[in-house]
Structures are given as C-alpha cells and as structure tokens.
Design a protein around this ligand. Sequence first.
Ligand SMILES: [Cu+2]
Length: 324
Amino acid sequence: MKKILPKITLSVVGLASTLMLGGCNLAIMDPKGTIGQGEKSLILMCAGAMLCIVIPVIIATLFVAYRYRKSNTNATYAPKWDFSTTIEILVWGIPMCLIAFLAYHTYVSSHELDPYKPIAAPADNPNVKPINVQVVALNWKWLFIYPDLGIATVNEMAMPINTPVAFRLTSDATMNSFWIPQLGSQVYVMAGMQTQLHLMATSTGTFRGVSSNYSGFGYSEMKFKAIATDQKGFDEWVEKVKASSKQLDSKDSDVYKHLREDQMEYAKTHEGNVLYQEPIYYGTVGHHFFDDIVGQYNDGHYHVESHGHSPEAPAQSNDMHSGE
Ligand SMILES: [Cu+2]
C-alpha cells in the first residue's frame, strides 16, 4: 500500500494537469457568447452534482475494502447480517434526489437554451435588431447569405457583438451539423429541411466554426471563421464583401453550380483530399436564394414545417414535408 500510494498520487496529478492544460483547447469551456455561457454553466453544474455521488462512492469502496480486509481482526464480523434501513435510504435516496435535481435543470435549460428561441436584445442596448443569416452546407464548405444586406460569403461570416443573430440553416449536399463551439449549440442541417439557431456573441474575436457531424471523407476540414466584432468593424466587413464583383444570382447560375460541384470534382480526382477553402465574397446575391435551395427538394415549396416553432405564416398550404 505504501508503495502504491505515491504512484496513484502521481497519476492523479498527471491526469489533472493534462485535463487542465488541455482546457486551453476546450472551446466550450471558454465561451464567448450568451448561449455558450449557459451551456458551460449547465455542464459544470451537472458534472459537479454527479461528482457529489461518485466521489463518496469511491471513498466508501476503498474504506470498506480496507476496513473489512481478511487480516483486520478488529472489524465487526457479522455473517448473519442482511439488511440496513440507513444504507437503503442512503443508496436509494441520494441518487433519487440527484436525478430529480438534474431532471429539473435539464428541463429548465432545454427551454432556456432552445436553439429555436429568439434571443432578447441585451439590456444595455434594447433597440438592437437581430441580424438574419442563412446558412447552406455545401460539399466541404459553408455558404452564408445575409438576405437583408444582399451579400453572401463562403467559409467566413461576421456578426456584431451584443446583437442577436438569427440563423436559418439548410444543406444542399449531405446531412451535416453547424457548430461555433465558443458561441454554443450545434444544429443539424439537411437537404430540403430548415433548422434554426439563435446565438449572440458577447466579446470580439475570430471563432472557429466546424462541421461537427461525421458526414464522410474530408468533413473534418469543413471549417469556417466566425468573426465577432463591434458595429463599426461589422459595417466595414459588409462594405468589404459588397465591394466584391462576384455575384450569386440564382441557384441555377453557373457560379453557384460551380461552387456546389467544384470540390466534388476535386474529391473525385484527389481521392477526397479536401483542403480548407479560402473565404469567397459575393457582392450581390439573388432574392430568395435560400428558399430556392430548400425548395428544389420540395417541389418548389420552401416553407418546411419547423417542428412547432413556425417563424412565419405558411407560404403554401400543400406542404410537401409531412412525413414526420
Ligand atoms: Cu422535419
């Protein structure tokens, strides 16, 4: 025992420092937005609550094994013993309290951090309007459309800080998952479907955006930059994108077809060796671009049922999407 203890201490210290140093890369533990902050608190609270059971159980196990070892003749020897009300209350009562505690907080936070729930304007800036961003997952790249600004970008998006961002998301390729870890909540995208996400950055910076779904070869390289900046920086970014002479007119345009297909061709010739693609700016984008992309999978109908959180009145009565 005396020889084992220092070894255990060493490995615990080693493990703990690895975890803490690793924390530098754990983006969800370093949130830069309201939703990410809420998710971090929830993770820490749940882990803490569960450790309240795990740690005493480990200590009790070691204590019982040591105290009632064969060579200890001082410990009570009770071969006829078979029931203890105190132990029964402890081992059933405490976990039941914990499950009730976790259930309550899971329920409350599922509603509070619901990706479909619009984020209220911050208290110090109550008149700020949310900005709308439409996201389309393409093959190994992300397309961002700013419908109100008439611009689009690939693999780079920007948002002003302390301003809610309302995302509508879809895919024009395989199923995928959109995630900016430091801002919170990953959301799935699927061709012909629409999902929603609301995020708000509270500090400036350039955050990593990823495809967090195992969608196949090369998707770990499907990354984008999410730039959170002050209003002035955002306006400058918009001007920079608007200055681009590139256009995305419609989903049938050659520009879009090329954008959609080029890396598919690339994959065929390079056996899926997908490289990170540099951002592209489009100074103008056609009207209803996003809706047309959704609609092509739904006989032209772009109002897809949105799981009870309908953001706008139905545009069509005979929705194609009814198989749920
Ligand atoms: Cu659905």
